[in-house]
Ligand binder design. Structure first.
Ligand code: ZN
Length: 365
């Protein structure tokens, strides 16, 4: 058995920023999630490769965007991509990822099932895409741009006023940035990491964690720019049916984002189409939208705390959210590893695509 004090492998740990006591104090209060990521990196260099993808400079501090990779390094291995903190306000998403990762890394040390899983799949994590936004408690990044309205994608449906993305200016939320402007570094990192790891014929599942919409936890999939089904809609039907058969008491609504509203500039629309254009059809990005209005309903006082609209405020409620999604994340690992067992063949795909019409797209027929 490996000990908890495995010596770090230097090549797995990038140089970490040198911080003054005052900077550490500030981060402890305003951005503890970044310190949590760095702690996991330092403790687990034997099991996880960390890389500094970009360093943002804000308020006199260096705020890196890290990528963390675990598991098989073979390009043909199926991949699970997990991202969080795209919207700085929604810090619970980053916390859910780190809580799950902490468990996974501990299990790497003793559990042969976990070791066997990681020998066969590749896990890529961007736990905190927008550190400046999270430090400032804003949805947008440091330049006032909403990173999930910023990708070069134009909706071909009506979008909600402002919330669907606009170019009026960064004094309003949901700002897309100027037409044709250079991509913001946070989005450029997501695209760079996606291109580095994902564009292989192997199946890739993805999950981006958000909070703030409605009373239910939802699993959304593309498109956000169109109400038409995506090319591999049958894969989503298969995944939904398998999830529901295996976890009949689950509490997620599984649906295309366009069932609720359409937006411009959705990062997953962009990456999905990018992948498809290169002839790789088995990419299944999901967005977990944690229904944070429930936390507000249970504690209306949170309405007066902007942070409280997007994150559970009481310790027991936060702990519940951190454990609530562990099963889903483990399920996605197994689904990634065993994709050949559930992805439909051509004949099944046709009937699943018809089923998708009945479940999600009926209103358009
Ligand atoms: Zn969000």
């Amino acid at each position: 058995m490996e000990t908890l004090t495995t010596a770090p492998l230097c090549e797995n740990l990038p140089p970490l920023p040198q911080r003054t006591i005052e900077e550490r104090r500030k981060l402890k209060i305003k951005l503890p999630e970044l310190l949590w990521v760095e702690k996991l990196m330092r403790k687990n260099a034997a099991h996880m490769h960390a890389r500094t993808e970009h360093t943002l400079h804000h308020d006199g501090m260096d705020l890196p965007i890290y990528s963390l990779t675990l598991g098989s390094q073979k390009p043909a291995s199926p991949t699970l991509l997990i991202t969080g903190g795209v919207h700085g306000l929604e810090r619970i998403g980053t916390q859910v990822i780190l809580s799950w990762l902490q468990t996974l890394l501990e299990r790497c040390r003793w559990d042969t099932h976990t070791k066997a899983l990681l020998a066969q799949i590749h896990i890529v994590i961007l736990p905190l895409v927008n550190p400046v936004g999270m430090l400032n408690n804003t949805r947008s990044n440091g330049n006032g741009i909403d990173l999930n309205r910023h990708a070069p994608v134009q909706a071909n449906e009506k979008t909600p006023f402002l919330a669907g993305g606009h170019r009026l200016g960064n004094w309003l939320p949901w700002y897309r940035g100027k037409t044709g402007a250079e991509l913001e570094p946070e989005l450029a990192v997501m695209i760079k990491v996606f291109k580095r790891y994902m564009q292989s014929p192997a199946t890739t599942l993805g999950m981006d964690l958000h909070s703030g919409f409605g009373f239910h936890d939802r699993l959304w999939f593309p498109y956000a720019y169109s109400k038409e089904p995506i090319a591999n809609i049958s894969d989503y039907v298969a995944l939904k049916l398998m999830w529901e058969r295996n976890y009949p008491h689950h509490n997620y609504l599984f649906e295309p984002q366009s069932m609720h509203y359409c937006t411009h500039g959705d990062i997953w629309d962009y990456l999905y189409d990018l992948n498809k254009a290169e002839g790789n059809s088995h990419f299944l990005p999901l967005t977990l939208e944690m229904g944070s209005w429930n936390w507000v309903k249970k504690r209306p006082r949170q309405l007066f705390n902007f942070n409280g609209l997007f994150n559970p405020q009481l310790p027991h409620r936060r702990a519940r959210v951190l454990r609530d999604h562990l099963v889903l994340l483990d399920f996605l690992c197994s689904a990634t590893l065993n994709h050949e067992q559930w992805q439909p063949d051509k004949k099944m795909a046709e009937s699943f695509a018809q089923m998708a019409q009945g479940i999600w797209y009926k209103a358009r027929q």
